[in-house]
Design a binder for this molecule. Structure first.
Ligand SMILES: NC(=O)c1ccc[n+]([C@@H]2O[C@H](COP(=O)([O-])OP(=O)(O)OC[C@H]3O[C@@H](n4cnc5c(N)ncnc54)[C@H](O)[C@@H]3O)[C@@H](O)[C@H]2O)c1
Length: 460
């Protein structure tokens, strides 16, 4: 096993190199192989957002900030009122902090029109839905949009991970359908994952990428696959962290290792902040169909069943004093974890911080290789920039694949192969990682070779 020290911070020179790499990664993410450079984008002069909840409100602000009129639709007046109030409060905080003029705020607010009517949807150039994360609800909505939207309108979904091909399939215009995966809070977070389906037209892809850049976001292009790029890595990271607390660690220990590595918050504190019930409906549904050949953890569902939704209920993986967001160890959670380990027939044993970091990070690195191999991600550097801008990965470490190159892929691969032998299917090494390790290659070299091959292909 490698003895890379995850806890000695990168030197100033190393951190500078990582930051320079990320700047280049951001520039590269805008280049989409196969798309003509002079491709016309569609003219987007007006937008409709469906769903005035957490995401819809933030997305409406992003477009209003660009000066575009936005129709914001929801099902009830109450939902609309609440959504508009959240937007107003958000802008007001920026004005109160001296970062926005009141007049600019008023002008932006005037661009957002709340509506219950479908008529607003018939006129706009781009519609993005941010309704509940449920495939049937989204398919019904897209059926309706197919009948309502004007010809040439782009139909986008903000789904966190549903199959957008399935959503597009209910329309007669799948070439106009695309994923526009904003992150929460949408008006703040810099990452935008643009998700192309098997049918999305080049023009629509280029339009969404361009809109993202105009908003000042890092737009990366992904293909449809469970969790796309970002949430696919997160799923592995989060699952491994939960296995660690079933195997013998406590949440505060895993989080301490992660913050010592460089994360500003550990994964359990993040879950408590985001709400453990995010995606709960999908998780419950998945239990019914998941393969029997591997280990699962349902700790997060169990916590939700106990009312431990996170900060918003004052308890989650940690407990919280009223008005204080600092996580405190909770003996009840620790007792629950011990009883869960016993119930699952697991013998709890101490786990070193180094091992905790490896299991969390290497599960992401293996997934990153898998996403490259299957064409879900275009470049290793796209994955890195996504992870740094959208998921809090410490920038001085450059991103999961940059770090893997620094450790050495032979060593990373060896550890993953050992974990595979110890822990089973989840750790099945990616064939690409195995090949790169065997050939003494790096992710960076892989990116370079692919770019060169694409340029050759374009010339031929
Ligand atoms: N919250 C996040 O962190 C986050 C991040 C990225 C993506 N997403 C995705 O964004 C979408 C919305 O998530 P959210 O957190 O904003 O949810 P939310 O519950 O805060 O808001 C959803 C809103 O949609 C409205 N709605 C539901 N069905 C509707 C319909 N048919 N017509 C009009 N309005 C309807 C609801 O009344 C509600 O106001 C989901 O697909 C989610 O997976 C969420």
């Amino acid at each position: 096993m490698s003895d890379f020290d995850f806890f000695s911070p990168p030197s100033p020179q190393e951190a500078e190199r990582a930051q320079a790499y990320l700047k280049q990664a951001e520039r590269d993410s805008a280049l989409i192989p196969g798309l003509a450079r002079d491709l016309n984008t569609r003219d987007v002069r007006s937008v409709a957002i469906i769903g005035a909840g957490t995401m819809g409100g933030g997305m409406a602000m992003c477009f209003a900030n660009l000066g575009l009129p936005v129709a914001l639709q929801d099902m009830t007046q109450d939902m609309l009122d609440r959504g508009m109030q959240r937007i107003r409060d958000n802008y007001q905080r920026t004005v109160d902090g001296g970062r926005l003029d009141q007049a600019v705020m008023d002008q932006r607010m005037s661009l957002i029109t709340p509506t219950l009517e479908d008529h607003a949807l018939t006129q706009v150039d781009l519609i993005i839905e941010a309704v509940f994360e449920d495939i049937e609800i989204k398919q019904n909505l897209f059926r309706k949009l197919d009948g309502l939207a004007k010809k040439g309108a782009i139909l986008a979904t903000n789904t966190s991970g549903l199959d957008i091909d399935e959503i597009a399939s209910v329309t007669h215009r799948p070439r106009d359908v695309i994923g526009a995966h904003f992150f929460s809070p949408a008006n703040v977070m810099r990452l935008l994952e643009v998700v192309r389906t098997r049918d999305t037209s080049d023009e629509v892809i280029a339009t969404l990428m361009d809109l993202g850049h105009r908003m000042g976001k890092v737009s990366i292009l992904a293909r449809v696959s469970p969790g796309f790029i970002g949430n696919a890595l997160l799923r592995n990271y989060s699952r491994e962290a939960q296995f660690l607390v079933e195997d013998g660690a406590f949440p505060h220990e895993v989080d301490a290792a992660l913050t010592a590595f460089g994360y500003r918050m550990g994964i359990f504190a993040v879950h408590d902040m985001a709400g453990n019930d995010v995606g709960l409906h999908t998780k419950r549904k998945q239990i019914l169909t998941r393969p029997k050949d591997r280990r699962y953890t349902d700790l997060i569902i169990a916590l939700c069943d106990q009312g431990r939704l996170g900060q918003k209920t004052g308890k989650g993986w940690y407990r919280y004093e009223k008005g204080d967001r600092r996580p405190q160890r909770d003996p009840d959670v620790e007792a629950f974890l011990i009883s869960e380990s016993t119930r699952l027939g697991l013998t709890r044993a101490p786990i070193a911080h180094q091992e905790m970091i490896k299991r969390c990070l290497y599960s992401m690195i293996n997934e990153a290789a898998h996403l490259l191999d299957t064409g879900v991600a275009l470049r290793a550097s796209d994955i890195d920039i996504a992870y740094v801008t959208g998921y809090g990965f410490p920038a001085d470490h450059g991103g999961p694949t940059y770090l893997a190159d620094k450790i050495g892929l032979a060593s990373v691969y060896q550890d993953i192969a050992d974990y595979h032998a110890r822990f089973g299917v989840w750790w099945q090494p990616s064939p690409l990682l195995e090949r790169l390790a065997r050939e003494g290659q790096s992710f960076a070299a892989y990116d370079q070779q692919r770019t060169a091959a694409r340029q050759q292909g374009a010339k031929a």
